[in-house]
Design a protein around this ligand. Sequence first.
Ligand code: NAD
Ligand code: TYD
Length: 334
Amino acid sequence: MKQFLITGGAGFIGSNFIRYMLDKHSDIKIINLDKLTYAGNLENLKDVESDSRYRFVKGDICDGSLVDSLVQESDVVVNFAAESHVDRSIGKPDDFIQTDIFGTFQLLEASRKHGVDRFIQISTDEVYGSIDKGLFEETDPLMPSSPYSASKTGADRLVYSYYVTYDLPILITRASNNYGPYQYPEKLISLFVTNAIEGKPLPIYGDGLNVRDWLYVADHCSAIDFVLDNGKIGEVYNVGGGNEKTNLEITDLILKTLNKPDTLKTFIKDREGHDRRYALSIQKIKELGWQPEYIFEDAIIETITWYQENREWWEKLKNGEYLDYYKSHYNQDL
Ligand code: NAD
Ligand code: TYD
């Protein structure tokens, strides 16, 4: 039995990953360490709660003694825990620096002290910054441009330094924008789908021509699992879906699928430091033997249907402080 410590497992990707791993592997046990910030939600994991291989611990990855005791009993650490939303990082970067960098440091320190078989850092394509043409490769310079991506870059390189300096068996994945079930309704697809269902405006920043590469969350989960088994220690692997779309293309697709009027499209001021385009080469992980399985056109419909069928999951999340912040920052109701 391999013991996994998965941090941030109550969030969007972490909860999908826990479900994926419990379904796929019978010989693993999982501890999910999550602080349950606004983005952490135990409802994401209701169906695995009673699985004897799964245990939830409420706590902070910045808490050194808690992290130490959990890493001590673990073979593999998978670090998803982070503050993850660019707009929030523009409004208040504090928690990003604390969790994304200092929290990762605490996990690394405990992993070095106790020795683990693998430490995998869930990094992001945003560490590269924006690219007008072509694709980023793993060896390209890192030029993050938001407090979110800068804090993730700090963590990414700190993890690497523990390999070079202390021989910690680390791996790093840098994935593109994920979409799928259980995504907090603040990111482009989850926000726009839920707003459209409610007949509310879809607030498009700037000219709407910024480009993101979209990766279905189940493909991200299979890539992490694959890298854990096959990745070379100390290496970074890009994980992309090969689906570059402008924000306007995504918006049009959502409106068309839900049969909602074009008048919901609302152009508002641009995000500060808004990266124009993210695009990744996935040649390296392809050569190792992984590639995405899901077709964007099908998986996006499945995703939209999931939000239609799980209204009670997201309705209660769309309230509170962030809506006030968004309104004062963008002069727009969500
Ligand atoms: P999310 O915001 O949905 O979830 C983050 C989780 O981390 C939440 O459950 C939250 O409670 C927990 N958390 C936050 N601070 C914590 C702390 N101090 N201690 C313990 N738990 C804490 O994020 P997500 O979209 O699922 O992203 C997960 C990871 O994947 C992040 O590291 C993110 O940078 C990375 N990533 C995300 C994307 C994407 O498109 N969403 C793409 C590439 C990489
Ligand atoms: P987001 O989902 O926040 O991810 P990223 O980390 O890539 O910024 O945003 C994806 C794109 O959608 C990005 O170009 C910003 C844009 N966007 C809007 O136009 N309006 C919105 O309300 C949001 C949340 C995002």
